[in-house]
Design a protein around this ligand. Sequence first.
Ligand code: PLP
Length: 437
Amino acid sequence: MVIFSPKQKAIASRIEADVVADTWKDWRWQVARAVTEIDEFERLLGIEFDAEERARLDETVRKFPLRITPYYLSLIDPSDIGDDPIYRQCFPDPAELYTDPGDMTDPLAEDKDSPAPCITHRYPDRVLFLVSNLCAMYCRHCTRKRRVGDVDSIPDREEIDAGLDYIRRTPGIRDVLLSGGDPLMLPDDYLDWILTELDGIPHVEVVRIGTRAPVTLPYRVTEDLAAMLSQHHPLWVNTHFNHPVEMTTSSKLALRRLADAGIPLGNQSVLLAGVNDCPRIIKRLVQLLVQNRVRPYYLYQCDLSEGLTHFRTPVSKGIEILENLIGHTSGFSIPTFVIDAPGGGGKIPLMPTYLISWATNRVVLRNYEGMICSYREPDSYEPAWCDRQCHTCDRFLKLEGADESQAVGICQLLSEEDPTIALIPENTARIERRDGS
Ligand SMILES: *Cc1c(COP(=O)(O)O)cnc(C)c1O
């Protein structure tokens, strides 16, 4: 599809008289003219909901607001609207009002793991830094749905400063993930300021930006933005394509600009019922992504946030999709399928089972075709004794800072040097009995 297609022209003319291509491609115009009312949506697409449906839609948007860029709206096929993957991702569904007994307002416990404003610090060496609470479009499947449209949670400069301070005084942080909201909703100079501050922190080795702009507002990726970002390497960008129809000419151009600016690109998809819960759709999507220099990174099982029940698939669907990808298409186009653990445990990867059996010095494996083989392990492997003092180890990781004082988590159980033999949940009746005796 060409940029500013006849369909886009028709929509633009219903928004404002005499809109030319340059106006349509102006990201600020797209943001200012984002559709937030159902009436406007009907008018732009020339459709009409019946009164009963309309009442339920009104109720839905009162709880979870509506916001669609004219660009993203122009990708909807009005002739088959109910099944359209674009429509489903951007337009409210009264099913959002249903709350499942398992739903949670903050399933990932991001608020609990927040030691400073705008910061979620969950993993040892990296943090999530929520620098913007604005989005060009409100995805109906947003995991932070509870905060969408809430103007009170837009971080101001002082809060950003407090977040930066936390990163500055926490030397273990080597990776900072800018997220939100969408960090690319910030003006170039403001984002430039945050990135410059991060560049000045010696222990921050990489910065990543999570943004859906290449999908919902590709015109945001201007040459100026790409030039500014290229001054802040090593900078990575992760975006969020969910369906092949989102890979338009405009999106491709945005991705090309970012890749040409030397930014490694990744993609995080969410598995959504009725949108992309199909091995062939995901296969086509990942192939389009790698063609456009985007490495598929994660495929998420839908979170337990409120109002997402109708989007959730069984976990088995993700395994089925991986079964259809691994071996069948390029290894570097296969995302890791993850469940972000309810309660704040972080991302847990899942895979089909390839290890069929195991005996002394022998593993039995199966491949994607169903072929079963045995791999013979060496008889004579001599493991290095590890006391985590790398400067004395014959494996030669004699790098500054390579020594580690202790193993963490399951690694404790695997470490010869760590005396831990079990990780035991607290607060069980058994443990209480022990403590009481
Ligand atoms: C996803 C996430 C990260 C980054 O995880 P990676 O697996 O390194 O991409 C960091 N912090 C939080 C809170 C996250 O949810």
